[in-house]
Design a protein around this ligand. Structure first.
Ligand code: FAD
Length: 411
């Protein structure tokens, strides 16, 4: 049989895991990866943590090295942008010419949301998504003793704040919610992160909105709040979320609705076209509706899973969303369904104040999410309890003397 061609668009972890998984599962078709960035596919968490803080080299961000792609006959075309998609002719237009495909994976990820008020284009205003973004920000933060204003108090904003403090900068974090991360982890846990940052000298402002970034001679010099208060700044970091890169899918009239719509096997509305990672809104069998997940673990797991689909296997993707963060001396993992946690009651094992605890979200007597903070090796048990849907006893969850392994009917 003639060798077919699989084309992957994307230069993140999803693309890397997909091609790795295809080769592992016996795909011997031609594989071409089209990557807009001028580097091998890489993962992003270190860009706001170890690499930004100067603890990790940039070489740590590549899940697969050049030798792997060579040895596995994967043609990675770096610095090539896909510009159009024809699902009838089965071709991908790129700025380096047209590429026919038999199967196509869109793993185009997401782009940082830009501040949409005055001053967004000034020098000294940073966003963080790529290695060059992180290098630029690191260079600026390293000088130390600068006034850094972070717009946005979600994960990336807080991680940048922590890195900025370690270089001895003066840091202010601005958020709209009553605590940082309220939408992600609720008021109590968000308050724990606020306390952590305040103890490290960050000015954490809540329930504030920015009306403009103020400039002088083309550079950011401050941030103006809607209250009229002006905060002087030497650099401004905008961390207000990301939007999925759906342009190719939209141009080809694939179904798009906050991400490229797929079934639980990553199949889009066009035959032979698949989507995974940050860009995909994938049907989740547990929830009974689609879910778009912007986490490292999803890029890793959905990349591997779509690789199996492209190898011809039957897959029903049903991972429990999982993510992690590291800030100062705090490390945490979160597993579960945020939308269910919003309606759930909170049970805490340990002490939020000392930041060594496990927070459990219990809805209708069942565990729907949990976050372990500076407590390790519990995620497997947490995921078992969430997946099983078994009734859990809140008193047992709260009691540090009750091993998690003994909770739940299947324990
Ligand atoms: P991406 O990593 O966004 O990769 C998409 C790639 O596609 C990019 O290389 C892009 O240039 C390329 N591309 C897009 N369009 C085209 C085109 N038309 N032609 C060619 N190439 C194209 N998650 C966690 O769980 N924990 C963390 O601590 C954490 N930290 C993070 C820190 C930072 C700074 C960032 C930005 C993200 C972090 N995340 C974290 C989220 C995690 O990194 C993402 O979920 C993950 O990167 C998604 O991978 P992806 O491959 O789907 O997309």
């Amino acid at each position: 049989m003639a060798r077919e061609r699989v084309v992957v668009v994307g230069g993140g972890l999803t693309a890397a895991r997909a091609v790795e998984s295809m080769r592992e599962h016996g795909v011997d078709d031609e594989i071409v990866v089209v990557v807009e960035e001028h580097r091998w596919p890489y993962e992003r968490p270190p860009l706001s943590k170890g690499y930004l803080a100067g603890d990790e080299p940039s070489s740590a961000i590549y899940p697969l090295d050049a030798a792997w792609y060579r040895e596995h006959d994967v043609d990675v075309r770096r610095g090539v942008r896909a510009t159009g998609l024809d699902i009838v002719a089965r071709t991908l237009a790129t700025d380096a010419g047209e590429l026919p495909w038999d199967r196509l994976l869109l793993a185009t990820g997401a782009s940082p949301r830009r501040f949409d008020g005055p001053g967004a284009g000034l020098r000294g205003v940073h966003v963080l998504r790529t290695l060059p973004d992180s290098t630029r920000l690191r260079t600026a933060l390293r000088e130390g003793d600068r006034r850094v204003v972070v717009i946005g108090s979600s994960w990336i904003g807080l991680e940048v704040a922590a890195a900025a403090r370690t270089y001895g900068n003066e840091v202010t974090v601005l958020g709209r919610g009553e605590a940082p991360l309220v939408g992600a982890v609720g008021r109590e846990l968000g308050g724990m992160f606020a306390d952590l940052h305040r103890e490290h000298g960050v000015d954490v402002r809540t329930e504030v909105a920015v009306s403009a970034i103020e400039g002088g001679r083309g550079r950011a010099v401050g941030v103006l709040l809607t209250t009229g208060e002006a905060l002087p700044a030497d650099l401004v970091v905008v961390g207000i979320g990301a939007t999925p890169n759906v342009e190719l899918a939209t141009s080809a009239r694939l179904t798009v609705d906050d991400g490229i719509v797929t079934d639980a096997a990553f199949r889009t509305s066009a035959d032979g076209v698949f989507a995974a990672g940050d860009v995909a809104s994938v049907f989740n069998p547990t929830l009974g509706h689609r879910l778009r997940v912007e986490h490292w673990d999803n890029a890793d797991a959905s990349g591997r899973a779509v690789g199996r689909v492209l190898a011809g296997q039957d897959v029903e993707y049903d991972e429990i969303p999982y993510f992690f963060t590291d800030q100062y001396d705090l490390g945490m993992e979160y597993s579960g369904y945020g939308e269910l946690a919003e309606r759930a009651g909170l049970v805490v094992r340990g002490d939020l104040a000392t930041r060594e605890c496990i927070a459990f979200w219990v809805l209708d007597g069942r565990l729907v999410a949990a976050m372990n903070v500076n407590v390790w090796d519990v995620n497997d048990q947490v995921q078992r309890l969430i997946r099983s849907g078994e009734p859990v006893d809140p008193a047992a969850l709260a009691d540090p003397d009750v091993p998690l392994a003994s909770i739940g009917a299947s324990a």
